[in-house]
Design a protein around this ligand. Sequence first.
Ligand code: NAD
Length: 480
Amino acid sequence: MTRHFDVGVIGGGPAGYVAAIRCAQLGMNTACVDQWRDPRGQSVLGGTCLNSGCIPSKALLESSEIYEEARNSCAMHGVICGDVKLDLKAMMDRKNRVVATLTQGIAGLFKAHKVTWVTGHARLLPRNHVEVHESGGEAKGQLIESENIILAPGSVSVEIGAAPLHEGLIVDSTGALEFSEVPERLGIIGAGVIGLELGSVWRRLGSQVVLLEAQPEFLTITDTQIAGEALRQFTAQGMDIRMEARVLGCRIIENKVEVSYQDHGGDHRETVDKLIVAVGRRPNTRDLFVPETELLLDEWGVIHVDEHCRTNIPGVYAIGDVVRGPMLAHKGSEEGVMVAERIAGQQTSINYDTVPSVIYTLPEIAWVGKSEQALRAAGVNCRVGVFPFAASGRALALGNTAGMVKIIADAATDRILGMHMIGPHCSELIAQAVIAMQLSASSEDLAMTMFAHPTLSEALHEAALAVDGRPIHIARTRRR
Ligand code: NAD
């Protein structure tokens, strides 16, 4: 039996489920196929972000921060907590409840919008057909035919030959959210976004964390000045970050992992209780389509699309982690909305210059637009304003003064080209930067804007003033 829809979406993560809901809002008969099952074997929506990525990691980041604050910072505020204890099982149960609430919420939204949720593994066939197998097996599955198909299968962790996953000892980011006890010594391969976020969780809960990073420079995706501050902060917190470390292999010895690696100092061995492999993610395009569809991909499995997420096959779109650009949930969701609206005949497009990025460590790191080093390398003449949180009254009251806000503006037009920050609540502050850039603001526009006092947001105001050499609350200035 073939079922007919106006739109078939493959993947129910933040890209796919948002696309499906928006299609339904626009009056299209929509199906969304997803193969994800939770640990109890139940089909769930939400993909990596909700089930084993953004949401569970943020739940644990929040809980572990409370634990660390209770142990270390509360006394500074005159709050004496006494003997603070960790109940890891309760922490994990809470994380699982947060996940379940949200995944059930999406199922509820599908119901309310009359999106048909199909469970199983979907494969694109020629002539806009999709075949769905309950278990991905060879048996003939059910067929879906739809005028438009949106591919949103997400991404999976990259595995490396030097550290193959091993029964709860060598794990990927999913396994690292499920430890039943705090590892005494935790190794992490890759000091990227996932390595730093998960490293922060387990360090706060008591692990000694060693990060082995292949690159010579730390966090090359961010502005160099922000990355430098981040490295200082994380090192001061006790994270042992070893750069230019080339992992050669792993051995399991008495339920521990011995990692061999090489750096400038020679060959080394490090024994850890658990090892997390966090060396990036790759598009989940294996077994997504049959060869006869002639879908175009690059050698990394990234589906070729134009700026409106159209693939080379008419009526077939691809969004989220399987296409160019950063692997970020919000970028995928916006692509889902754009594609739904374009299918409905609207002219929606996305401003890829204003995609925000956040690393949810403490201090938080966030940015939008270009870094100073990228602009200088491209020969752009720019002016830079920096304001440290150490000079912010609100940050001092908070007891959290590490970090800064940095604004980079075009020297000729004063248009803001990038905003970068590290410090308290930067994951929220960055939205102001995105709005400013989305509205093509100049640094003077921000300088002329009134900010409430005392707030952390004033750091943006002061950084904008600093672009022109006239910040009020720092002394070192070239006043005009
Ligand atoms: P990443 O690219 O951020 O970091 C991977 C790191 O591993 C890099 O620094 C890389 O140099 C290093 N590396 C690669 N191979 C190595 C090796 N053999 N030995 C040592 N180091 C090695 O990737 P990630 O942290 O795995 O995250 C994957 C994706 O998920 C990213 O696109 C990220 O943006 C996204 N993500 C985002 C968030 C967020 O927005 N807060 C959170 C988690 C994941």
